[in-house]
Design a binder for this molecule. Structure first.
Ligand code: SAH
Length: 395
């Protein structure tokens, strides 16, 4: 790491007493319509016009929204804002990857990465500042949990990238996919993530097809069920081990939601949504989970899942060679082990890809994203609260 050269302390907001404006980036179509009708006394289609200005034309200054009447523009200026995160660093990589450090409210910052690849462009988006799940091989875990991002801060990451790329929905667009694989556990920031994913998929928003928006989770079983009832998005599950003993060591959340429960939730997800396959992510760490026995165990688990789903393609495995970060005790598996692991899975009939690292020169790879966590003092208490809240949702 260390490529974001100057970790800056961001000043706290100037005045805590200024009346809060409604940030329109916090509202999806339903929220916008409601706000325009009930708070501003305007017609719904005005909300749609404003959304088009923001998400299609990347205009955030109400004065520039020329098809709105003067009175409405004045009202919007007085009560609202359309405020994306501030770009603090903007870092292109030699391979086309692009990383932004974005300043969020309350002195936090997160990284967002754009990865272009053969006809598609994927943006990796964060959902929290830091993360409380403590997965042993993830650099975000080392900074602990600070807070959930607001919906505006989540969709704002897409906004910044789309504006930079000159992205126009339904045209020759460069940003084609979003993966919620940056910092944080998206299912622990459920409402804000759902609102932001609605905006990613809405024609008045970024207009991405549902299957091009992927939520990646460490495996919060009750929230996977909630997600199925709220958004048909692609689901990626961070598995990393196919037996409970090892998985609990790598992903402590496994203690609460062991593999059998997780796989059952994945099965319910493919049955309840239009999404017909789950991606299982497996970070390969030398000598830890990359041995032939581990591959056979994973193949058996994936085969079982496909049998239950009655679809040979219901499980896809994404092998991620471990990306090192300072202070980690893990190392990347060597090329022979990676190839051997993939071959065992392929020979068993399991669709398996190896995710090649991009943006190496700007530390933009999985698990290398970091942010700026200013106040971590109450992070554990705050995190427990969210986790308990998430479990409660199962009841
Ligand atoms: N909390 C979510 C999303 C964030 S992590 C989740 O757990 O899925 C996004 C992906 O990157 C996960 O599959 C995660 O396990 C993987 N990852 C984390 N650290 C990594 C590292 N150092 N090297 C490779 N992959 C890593």
């Amino acid at each position: 790491m260390g490529t974001i050269d100057a970790p800056v302390a961001i000043a706290p907001p100037a005045s805590p007493v200024a009346p809060a404006r409604v940030n329109l980036l916090d509202l999806d179509r339903e929220g916008m319509e409601h706000f325009f009708e009930h708070e501003l006394g305007e017609k719904r289609f005005r909300a749609h016009q404003v959304m088009k200005w923001i998400y299609h034309r990347h205009v955030t200054d109400f004065g520039g929204m020329t098809d709105l009447g003067k009175a409405l523009r004045g009202k919007l200026e007085a009560r609202c804002e359309a405020r994306p995160p501030k770009v603090m660093f903007d870092k292109p990589s030699t391979d086309g990857t692009h990383k932004w450090l974005l300043g969020m409210d309350a002195g936090n910052a997160v990284e967002t990465v754009f990865i272009p690849d053969k006809g598609r462009g994927t943006l990796c988006v964060s959902s929290q500042v830091g993360c409380g799940l403590n997965c042993q091989f993830c650099s975000t875990a080392t900074q602990g949990f600070n807070r959930n991002l607001t919906a505006a801060e989540i969709i704002g990451q897409v906004f910044v990238a789309a504006r930079h790329l000159g992205n126009v929905p339904h045209k020759d667009r460069k940003l084609t996919n979003v993966v919620m694989m940056g910092m944080g556990e998206p299912l622990l920031n459920f409402e804000n993530v759902v609102t932001a994913m609605n905006l990613m998929r809405d024609d008045l928003g970024f207009g991405l097809a549902s299957k091009r928006v992927t939520l990646s989770t460490a495996g919060l079983v009750p929230m996977i069920d909630q997600l199925a009832s709220r958004a048909d998005v692609a689901l990626a599950v961070s598995l990393h081990a196919a037996n409970d003993e090892l998985r609990t060591q790598l992903v402590p959340l496994n203690k609460k939601y062991p593999i059998a429960e997780l796989m059952a939730a994945c099965l319910r997800y493919v049955r309840a949504t239009k999404i017909d396959s789950i991606t299982f992510e497996y970070t390969l760490m030398q000598g830890v989970n990359d041995q032939p026995g581990h591959a056979r165990e994973l193949a058996a688990l994936m085969r079982q899942f496909c049998r239950q789903a009655q679809d040979n393609h219901a499980a896809k495995v994404n092998l991620i060679p471990f990306n090192p970060f300072p202070g980690t005790r893990f190392a990347r598996s060597d090329e022979a082990a990676i190839r051997g692991f993939q071959k065992t899975l392929l020979d068993a009939g399991v669709l398996t890809m190896v995710r090649r690292t991009r943006g190496d020169d700007i530390d933009a790879a999985c698990g290398q994203l970091k942010g700026q966590v200013v106040d971590k003092t109450r992070r554990q208490a705050a995190f427990r609260k969210t986790l308990d809240g998430a479990s409660g949702a199962a009841a």
